[in-house]
Design a protein around this ligand. Structure first.
Ligand SMILES: NC(=O)c1ccc[n+]([C@@H]2O[C@H](COP(=O)([O-])OP(=O)(O)OC[C@H]3O[C@@H](n4cnc5c(N)ncnc54)[C@H](OP(=O)(O)O)[C@@H]3O)[C@@H](O)[C@H]2O)c1
Length: 332
């Protein structure tokens, strides 16, 4: 079977489509025929080697952390899934490998594919909707009637987060974007803030929750924006910069020291809770989002679809930082 392989860290040119052996399925695992996957910024960070502070993977490896496909084989101890089932998943960073014709996934990282979506549509949702859920529901405990600011509302996470915030009952959802994306963001249910013309700190002043996907200075601006007692979920903890500055071994302790301060200061000075959020791979949580996908409350927003053979082009496009929603890989 064919898979994208990475033998050494580097730019898009290190991605190679190769013939590899069929992966073996363990007792608690499921082998899935991948129909579609999608590319996320973490994929190019891992490819570059700048995510090594937290993600150590032996090379060569197959990247990819989203899938929609069909079950081909079920491990002896797996319950609840059968050969032929249509499934979705966002496997853990450490068990990635969905940019391939087949992949083995832990059964507890699977959910049933939304019946109303194509594989390409379904593959665009797992990682970003799980990230949005961890930020808004698990970390911020967003309540009906509250107000939220979503940074980069036109991106992969942003398009999912706007819709999830609405589905969770947020009364006001602001989302930052550039002028060309105002209509997209509005159509998803947010009040757009054009970051090229407006200052989000003024517009969304006093909101209950901020989802910060930009990091750096934007994190401190989020702390300024949110009301006293409010919550900031940050998903961009600047590992690439930390790896560059301290190297892969010291980047994590350096982050720990910095993050302790970054969480303590807003709490002491403004009673603002800052949390660095990461997406986990739990299939049950993903399954809980499937009804929202099937009811149309969490819709796929797809910018471009590339064939698996053009994975390097898909990475190049996402790396422009200008994608509107998701970049999908069609595998079959
Ligand atoms: N911690 C986690 O578990 C986790 C999970 C998922 C993602 N992330 C991280 O979150 C970040 C965002 O991910 P993503 O998938 O949403 O990325 P993405 O899809 O590549 O984001 C692209 C979007 O960002 C917008 N954008 C760029 N600069 C902006 C700015 N200054 N203000 C507002 N919008 C801006 C662009 O809109 P315009 O063209 O209109 O500027 C574009 O639509 C990445 O760093 C990623 O690694 C972390």
């Amino acid at each position: 079977m064919k898979a994208v392989r990475i033998h050494r860290y580097g730019g898009p040119e290190v991605l190679q489509l190769e013939e590899v052996p069929t992966p073996r399925c363990g007792p608690r695992e499921v082998r899935v025929q991948v129909h579609a996957s999608s590319v996320n910024p973490v994929d190019y960070k891992i490819r570059d080697g700048v995510q090594r502070a937290v993600v150590w993977i032996r090379r060569p490896f197959t990247p990819g952390m989203d899938l929609s496909g069909v079950v081909l084989e079920v491990g002896a101890k797996v319950k609840g899934f059968s050969v032929g089932d249509e499934v979705i998943s966002t496997p853990s960073h450490l068990r990635q490998g969905t940019f391939a014709e087949e992949v083995v996934v832990r059964a507890d990282e699977l959910a049933r594919k939304p019946a109303n979506l194509t594989h390409e549509e379904a593959a665009s949702l797992p990682l970003v909707s799980m990230t949005a859920w961890y930020c808004l529901q698990k970390s911020a405990r967003l309540q009906p009637g509250q107000s939220v600011l979503i940074q980069a509302g036109s991106g992969g996470v942003g398009t999912a987060a706007i819709q999830l915030a609405r589905a969770l009952g947020a009364a006001t959802v602001w989302a930052t974007c550039s002028t060309r994306n105002l209509e997209l963001v509005r159509a998803l249910g947010a009040t757009p803030i054009d970051y090229t013309r407006e200052d989000f700190r003024q517009v969304a002043k006093g909101c209950d929750v901020v989802l910060d996907s930009l990091g750096g200075a934007a994190l401190w601006q989020a702390v300024e924006t949110v009301r006293p007692g409010g919550h900031v979920s940050c998903i961009t903890p600047s590992f690439p910069q930390l790896v560059e500055r301290f190297g892969p071994y010291l980047a994590l302790p350096a982050f720990g020291a910095w993050a302790g301060w970054a969480m303590a200061k807003p709490l002491v000075t403004r009673r603002v809770t800052v949390r660095f959020v990461t997406r986990f791979a739990y299939g049950q949580t993903l399954q809980s989002l499937v009804p929202l996908m099937e009811s149309g409350q969490l819709r796929p927003v797809i910018d471009r679809v590339f064939p698996l053979e053009a994975a390097a082009d898909a990475y190049r496009y996402l790396e422009t930082g200008r994608a509107r929603g998701k970049v999908v890989l069609k595998v079959r």
